[in-house]
Write a protein that binds this ligand. Structure first.
Ligand SMILES: *Cc1c(COP(=O)(O)O)cnc(C)c1O
Length: 401
């Protein structure tokens, strides 16, 4: 990948017709070091947030050794890049073929499940194909359904067993493994550490009812990044409260604590240069959108930060909406995105904080979706990790008991 100082130097050098993804390896490495040093347990990178090979290698070099993979393609990708990484297959519904390949060919031992059917599937798929003997080295994690009420994007309806089913499933799973964990996901961009308190309370109830030994608690993803209108409390508050509630659980004395950040490790990694192709009032027609890296801006009205890259725009900001390049009316991003009010066709814009669920969402629909990737060395539009951020005095900062 070519290296440039910043977005402005990219447009000067390339005058790009297509969007350009700007990657900041230094920002991802800093996020990884933050989690490695400050999270009181092990941090797995959730690959689905952004599977760019360079990012995966940067995270590994910065100390992330475990990866949360959810499909056989992600297993193959990470194994191909990192022969020594520990891969954990944390999708609770897998195909038998995917489990077999992951276990027998890629050394995957950790699997999640939320039903007895999935448990049986895993046990069958991991048998020794010659002797038919059951695997003795499985590490299984039962996914608990928890509330997403503190999060911007819910993950509460699709996966996870209910509290009423959890005790029996934990007991049944314990019979097939020497290492049993509980995992959950509080939803993405959790705006309060209390999300994890609530989930850990549920975990406690399940363990008490099941009376089984638990070797690992995985608090999942959900750790926030920064976006306009979504300024979270410091991540240290999340870590502290998770640590405290983890220690109070009735679990094995040497039980491990895990987390699976996707967004928090990757959001600052990428931004994107787009160009205005047409202006109609306060609507800008740009060359990326709902079927590209701005999927969340269109579909869940996510407000990514923006800045104009032209030096000659001087007017105060006005609020704009965007249309993407495809012929579909749904290719629309309401915003509002504040940009200089004299912006016009031909001007370039940088859209920030697209490393998580942005760059990864691009499709080729309608022939659009090409984007060159380059490396830039300047700072992301915002960072939770550069030490610049004062402790925000927001209402939901927790008082630790
Ligand atoms: C998506 C996902 C993650 C990452 O979530 P973020 O909110 O991006 O941190 C972690 N674990 C599982 C099981 C997931 O599905």
């Amino acid at each position: 990948m070519h290296i440039y100082p910043d977005a402005r130097s990219v447009i000067r050098a390339l005058a790009p017709d297509e969007p350009v993804i700007l990657n900041r390896p230094h920002a991802a490495a800093r996020a990884a070091r933050f989690f490695v040093e400050k999270f009181p347990g092990k941090s797995l990178y959730a690959v689905k947030a952004n599977p760019t090979p360079d990012l995966i290698e940067v995270l590994w070099e910065a100390g992330i050794t475990h990866f949360d993979v959810a499909s056989i393609a992600e297993v193959r990708l990470v194994r191909g890049l990192l022969p020594d990484a520990t891969l954990c297959f944390m999708h609770p519904i897998k195909t038998p073929g995917a489990i077999r390949e992951a276990y027998h060919q890629h050394g995957v031992r950790t699997f999640s499940l939320d039903s007895v059917e999935e448990l049986e599937k895993i046990v069958e798929a991991c048998r020794n194909p010659e002797t038919g003997e059951a695997a003795t080295d499985l590490r299984l994690a039962v996914r608990l359904r928890v509330s997403s009420e503190y999060s911007e994007l819910s993950l509460a309806s699709k996966f996870g067993c209910d509290l009423s089913e959890a005790p029996l499933l934990l007991q049944q799973t314990r019979q097939h493994c020497d290492w049993l964990g509980i995992c959950f996901h509080v939803g993405s961009q959790a705006m309060s550490p209390f999300a994890y308190v609530q989930a850990l309370d549920r975990t406690r109830a399940a363990i008490a009812e099941a009376s089984v030994v638990i070797d690992m608690i995985d608090v999942g993803g959900g750790f926030p990044s920064w976006y306009p209108d979504l300024e979270p409390p410091p991540l240290e508050d999340y870590f502290q409260i998770i640590h405290q509630h983890f220690y109070a659980l009735p679990i094995a004395y040497n039980a491990e604590l895990w987390c699976e950040p996707g967004r928090a490790l990757s959001a600052e990694y990428s931004s994107m240069i787009v160009r205005v192709e047409k202006r109609r009032g306060e609507e800008l027609y740009i060359n990326d959108g709902a079927y590209g890296a701005l999927y969340d801006a269109a579909h869940v009205n996510w407000r990514f930060p923006v800045r104009a890259l032209e030096d000659d725009l001087r007017d105060p900001d006005a609020d704009f909406a965007f249309y993407g390049p495809t012929c579909d009316d749904a290719d629309y991003m309401k915003g509002p995105f504040p940009l200089p009010s004299d912006i016009q066709a031909g001007d370039y814009i940088e859209v920030g904080m697209l490393g998580a669920y942005g760059a990864a969402m691009k499709t080729g629909f309608n022939g659009f979706g090409d984007a060159q990737q380059v490396v830039v060395t300047d700072e992301p539009m915002a960072s939770l990790y550069d030490g610049s951020r004062a402790r925000p005095e927001v209402d939901n900062v927790v008082s630790l008991r």
